[in-house]
Write a protein that binds this ligand. Structure first.
Ligand SMILES: Nc1nc2c(ncn2[C@@H]2O[C@H](COP(=O)(O)OP(=O)(O)O)[C@@H](O)[C@H]2O)c(=O)[nH]1
Ligand SMILES: [Mg+2]
Ligand SMILES: [Zn+2]
Length: 295
């Protein structure tokens, strides 16, 4: 059987990208497949070409993850797009997004856009955040759609990956997508305000680009509360830098427990106070816990 990827999913339409020839076919699911599960964009399918335009879907590979809004399966990378200004950088929103995507098993990477807008002082600020997040264990990339910088690196970084975009409104998600795929997508633009864009309600489209990469045309969450997705107790598992430490209690919440190695690391400056404070804020803890260890 041949392997394909569902890249267009809308109403009764299933567009299947065949890896063998890079062509898109109309997918026709066999009854046994339909019985098993619904088919979403990002699903890897197995089947046979029946004619020039059609691909019979015989089977579906197990999903490694599934993002609900927009519905996309098997997301390898979430580009969490941020800017230092226009709009102003919001590290609390960023930390919530990182926690949520980590929880969904979709590797988040931080992409700073609009670096063309920055003066000397703002570049210093960007570098501060870049270091902070790299130290925490995240990949950080910097681009400017305006100046067309950073896209070679970004494309290389995304080789072979299924990606979606996330981040607040106005940071340049749509612009980045257009730049990556080399097509202006005005008519397919999704209204983030109403979330009633054609593709948020009824379907999603993944665009092939670069070397075996795909990117979704709908944005991920622009604002998010991590506790909507998980229990308070789980949040500590999705702060990457916390996982380097072994506290006295294996289920340590890094708040009031004795011999907490995470708090010691914060105190020693190994973990940033910004990140630790946001952790407390996400789990609705008393912020004075941070005051004791952050100067
Ligand atoms: N100066 C500058 N403006 C940008 C850049 N990227 C996008 N923009 C502008 O920022 C605005 C919002 O971009 P858009 O792609 O719609 O953001 P989205 O809401 O995240 O999808 C538009 O006016 C873009 O032209 C950039 O790298 N530099
Ligand atoms: Mg947009
Ligand atoms: Zn601890």
């Amino acid at each position: 059987m041949k392997k394909g990827l569902v890249i267009d999913r809308e109403a009764q339409m299933i567009g299947v990208y065949l890896f063998e020839d890079g062509k898109t076919y109309r997918g026709i699911p066999r009854k046994k497949v339909l019985k098993k599960t619904k088919i979403y964009a990002g699903d890897y399918v197995l089947g046979e070409v029946v004619d020039q335009n059609s691909f019979a879907i015989e089977d579906l590979e197990e999903r490694k993850n599934f993002l609900v809004r927009p519905p996309v399966a098997n997301v390898d990378k979430v580009l969490v797009v941020m800017s230092i200004k226009m709009p102003e950088f919001d590290n609390f929103l960023l930390d919530n997004l990182l926690v949520v995507y980590e929880h969904l098993n979709a590797d988040p990477v931080i992409v700073f856009n609009k670096i063309d807008l920055l003066d000397q002082r703002e570049i210093k600020e960007l570098e501060k955040w870049e270091k902070l997040y790299k130290d925490a264990g995240y990949d950080v990339l910097k681009v400017s759609v305006q100046k067309n910088t950073g896209f070679e690196e970004l494309k290389k970084y995304l080789e072979g990956a299924i990606c979606v975009l996330a981040g607040p409104s106005g940071v340049g998600k749509s612009s980045i997508l257009s730049k990556l795929i080399g097509i202006q997508l005005e008519t397919r633009e999704v209204s983030e305000k109403t979330e009633r864009g054609r593709h948020t309600t009824t379907g999603v489209r993944l665009f092939p680009f670069g070397k075996g990469s795909f990117i979704g045309d709908t944005p991920g969450f622009s604002s998010v509360d991590a506790l909507y997705f998980m229990d308070k107790k789980e949040v500590r598992l999705y702060f990457r830098e916390f996982l380097r430490y072994r506290c006295k209690f294996p289920d340590c919440t890094h708040t009031r427990e004795p011999e907490c190695r995470v708090k010691e690391a914060v105190s020693a400056g190994e973990i940033s106070c910004e990140r630790y404070r946001n952790y407390l804020r996400i789990i609705r803890e008393d912020m004075s816990i941070a005051e004791e260890i952050c100067q």
